[in-house]
Structure formats: C-alpha cells, structure tokens
Design a protein around this ligand. Structure first.
Ligand code: SF4
Ligand code: SF4
Ligand code: SF4
Length: 286
C-alpha cells in the first residue's frame, strides 16, 4: 500500500478511536444523570387544577412520562401519602393563598433541586389576582353573604415566597410544551422558551390579523407557544402566557389606544394577572 494511503488510514483510525471515546464519555455522563429515575412531584396549591388536567389529557404520552420518572406526588393519579422525599423537580400549580399552601410551597422548595411554576396562576397570579385590582371586599361580597371572619388575603405569585427556576406559561399550560421541556429539566438544565410573539403562530395559522379590522389583540407583546388558539377562534389574545422579554409594551399600548379605552385595556390586562407586569415594564421603559 502506498505511504500516503497508509497515512490516511491511520488518521481515520485515530479519528474513529477519538469519536468512540467522546461517545463513551457522553454515554457515561448521561448514564450518571439517568442512573436512577428522577424524582418528580406535581403539587397543587389553591387552583382549578386545569393545568394538571391538561397533563392527563396527554393520555398515553403522560403515562409514558410518568413511567420514566419516580412520581413522588401527584394527587390526581395516586392517593399514596407523600413521605417528603428529596426531589429533582417539583411543579407547582395554583396560588399560595392559605397558610397551609405557603408552608407546602416553602417545603417543596427545600426538598427539590428545581422548582417550576406550572401555569398562569402560579407564575402571574392568574384569574384570582383580579381581586387585587378591585376593592377586595367588593369581589368577595358576590360570593359570601356574611363577610365577618372570611379570610381574604392579597393574591401573590409563587416567586414572592420561593425562587422559581422555570415557568410553564399559560392558562392552562400547553401540555406539548411540558413534554418538550421536561427532559431538559430532568437533567438539571433550564430550558429557554424562544422570545417569539403569539403573532408568529397566528400568521402561520393563516388568520387575518384582528388589528387590521381595528379589533384589539395583545398578541404582539405576549409570549407565543400556544398555537395562537384565541385569535384562531376569532378572539383577542388576552395574554395568559405573559409578556415577552423583549416585547414593546408602550408601542402596543399606543396602537391599542385607537381600539379600546384605557379602562378596557386595564380590565383585559387584569384577567390573567398581566396588569402589574405591564405597569412594571412601562415604568422600567420610561
Ligand atoms: S393557570 Fe388556569 S388552568 Fe392552570 S390552575 Fe390556574 S386557572 Fe386553572
Ligand atoms: S390577531 Fe393578534 S395574534 Fe394574530 S397577528 Fe393580529 S395581533 Fe397578532
Ligand atoms: S392566544 Fe393569548 S390568551 Fe390565548 S392561549 Fe395564547 S397567550 Fe393565552
């Protein structure tokens, strides 16, 4: 065999050895991470449980996920007592309203490597936060005849009590996103949801933009990932997935001025706890 060919063969052999070494290292690293099943808990505070049901709606796909982890606590699928084991990932749904909720939340943080807000209520206060913007007694008097002795605290997002590592946005969450991002969380990585507005998916769906017909929509300033379900059904996006990190809130507000009054803008932004985030962002932008 000519010398040149032998040289190339040796180089190829070295390359193969090197790549199999890299593969081995990668395999070992992954094996270390998945040497045991990651321990996961899904904990619900005060909520409608809609986000948990969004997971159950995945059917077999959710059962496959549940089999790939050690599900330490998820009250919708088992009634075994949670023995307080250490966790890799805990998902929190709902609002910390009662003293018991706050204790559960703080305890979950202590037990888990990663804590994830699951849905709009946990991340942004959600629909219950509407009462923060109204005079509190005005809202509860629609429910209780006698107000004396009724505990009526202000609604707060979970990050007022504990560090939050990641948020699954939406009301309810997008269960496909759960399947997409959980594998990263299970190996201790924090996923990044692309900063893309609802409008991108809305355009992909072939919808005519509501703004063109002078109908209001929050889409441009809201984080996409919901397949633009509301505008696809002819309804404005009300922002349940929260503000985009780089959305231009002031420009959006100026655009919507021709389509809704300031009061209407505030009312819509209260539905999913968006109002305080908008106010905070507007202050920062000034
Ligand atoms: S985010 Fe929506 S679906 Fe999820 S718990 Fe809150 S109200 Fe229910
Ligand atoms: S309808 Fe709303 S979400 Fe769709 S393109 Fe227009 S502003 Fe964006
Ligand atoms: S379109 Fe807007 S309100 Fe509707 S699900 Fe998506 S983010 Fe939420």
């Amino acid at each position: 065999m000519p010398e040149k060919k032998i040289k190339i063969k040796v180089q190829n052999l070295n390359r193969e050895k090197k790549s199999s070494k890299i593969k081995k290292v990668k395999k070992t690293k992954i094996a270390l991470l998945v040497g045991r099943k990651p321990k996961v808990a899904i904990v619900s505070l005060t909520s409608c449980e809609g986000c948990q049901f969004a997971l159950l709606d995945l059917g077999q796909k959710f059962l496959d996920f549940a089999n790939s982890v050690e599900m330490v606590d998820f009250r919708l699928i088992e009634d075994e007592i949670d023995r307080g084991k250490k966790l890799d990932v805990v998902l929190i749904e709902g609002n910390p309203v009662t003293a018991e909720n706050i204790k559960t939340l703080k305890n979950a943080r202590k037990r888990s490597k990663l804590l994830v807000a699951m849905g709009n209520c946990a991340a942004m206060g959600g629909v219950p936060e509407i009462k923060n913007y109204q005079e509190k007694t005005n809202t509860i008097k629609h429910i209780y005849k006698y107000l004396q002795g009724i505990y009526n605290p202000e609604i707060k997002e979970i990050d007022n009590f504990v560090k939050v590592d990641f948020v699954f946005p939406g009301c309810p969450i997008n269960a496909q996103e759960f399947l997409q991002y959980m594998p990263e969380l299970l190996v201790g990585k924090i996923p990044i949801i692309p900063d893309s507005p609802v409008c991108v998916e809305c355009k992909k769906a072939g919808n005519r933009c509501l703004l063109l017909d002078k109908k209001p929509c929050f889409g441009p300033m809201i984080l996409g990932g919901c397949n633009a379900v509301c505008p696809s059904a002819g309804m404005m996006c009300q922002g349940c997935r929260g503000l985009r990190p780089n959305g231009n809130v002031s420009a959006m507000r100026a655009t919507l001025k021709n389509m809704m009054t300031e009061e209407e803008f505030e009312n819509v932004s209260e539905i999913y706890g968006l109002r305080d985030d908008i106010e905070e962002k507007s202050v920062k932008m000034i």
